[in-house]
Design a protein around this ligand. Structure first.
Ligand SMILES: [Zn+2]
Length: 270
């Protein structure tokens, strides 16, 4: 997800975490039925890679420039681009472990608990020219959730959260290394500009979709890493994660499930 959308979802949490408490007025905000985390990941893992396109585009500032058919075609091209570079780098360096590959490429990877000097909650980021930060607070919270019923089964033994986050960020480094030729940087759309000027822009979400496809291919993950968008948020805020789940399912053309009804004892006759 984009940083802005994430920030919006995490706002109540970051304000709590960083001490800026605010008065309790949740009644004004929409409520979402909280799903058990096992149900959430089980359903999200079934969404096909290309069916994540609409969700991905919904976070793109230029989303309104495209129709569904174009979004679909661009999503497929971005996935192909991510896969192509995963196989290219794995073959060229003879390895697919994201940590070893990062070292081989001369990246500096560190694992601080959370970002410094900011109130943003982030899971990982690439900083030019060659640094990746993996923030362990979110990773550890998610690792605790792996023990919940059904979670490990759905997410499989292939999942190593910090390596998956690193693989995604690695793609952004690969994009920089290949920025003159890689499709996610060379594909541009024409935006309005007074004649005879031209205003051509890259489409950021294509790099995100490709980064997910790169991470999926590199680590042989059987589902889209977009699942992590909701899973990692769940560690902080099950309700925000459930809201994301509903949105992801709906945008992928699926029906979100409701949580199982609680076993309430029958009311006593009075
Ligand atoms: Zn990214």
């Amino acid at each position: 997800m984009t940083k802005d959308r994430f920030k919006e979802l995490m706002k109540p949490i970051t304000e709590g975490l960083f001490g800026k408490q605010r008065p309790y007025h949740m009644q004004e905000e929409p409520h979402y039925a909280i799903r058990p985390v096992g149900m959430l990941v089980e359903d999200l893992c079934r969404i096909d890679e290309a069916d994540w396109g609409k969700y991905a585009f919904s976070r793109e500032p230029l989303n309104g420039k495209f129709n569904d058919e174009q979004r679909r075609a661009l999503t497929e091209q971005a996935i192909a681009c991510g896969k192509e570079y995963a196989e290219k780098y794995a073959a060229q360096y003879g390895m697919r472990d994201p940590e070893l590959l990062a070292r081989k490429l001369g990246l500096t990877v560190d694992y601080p608990l959370m970002p410094q000097n900011t109130d943003r909650v982030l899971f990982a980021e690439f900083r030019e020219p060659n640094t990746v930060h993996i923030y362990m607070d979110g990773v550890r919270k998610a690792e605790v959730l792996l023990a919940e019923p059904g979670v490990r089964h759905a997410l499989t033994g292939e999942l190593q959260i910090s390596k998956l986050l690193l693989a995604h960020e690695l793609f952004h480094f690969v994009e920089e290394q290949n920025k003159k030729t890689i499709w996610t940087k060379t594909y541009k759309i024409e935006l309005w500009a007074p004649k005879p000027l031209h205003n051509r822009s890259t489409v950021g979400v294509l790099g995100e979709i490709a980064a997910m496809a790169f991470a999926k291919a590199l680590t042989h993950l059987p589902y889209s890493p977009y699942v992590m968008d909701a899973f990692l948020v769940y560690g902080y805020a099950p309700e925000a994660a459930s809201a994301l789940y509903e949105e992801m399912m709906t945008l992928a053309g699926r029906t979100p499930r409701l949580p199982p009804a609680e076993d309430t004892p029958p009311a006593l006759a009075t």
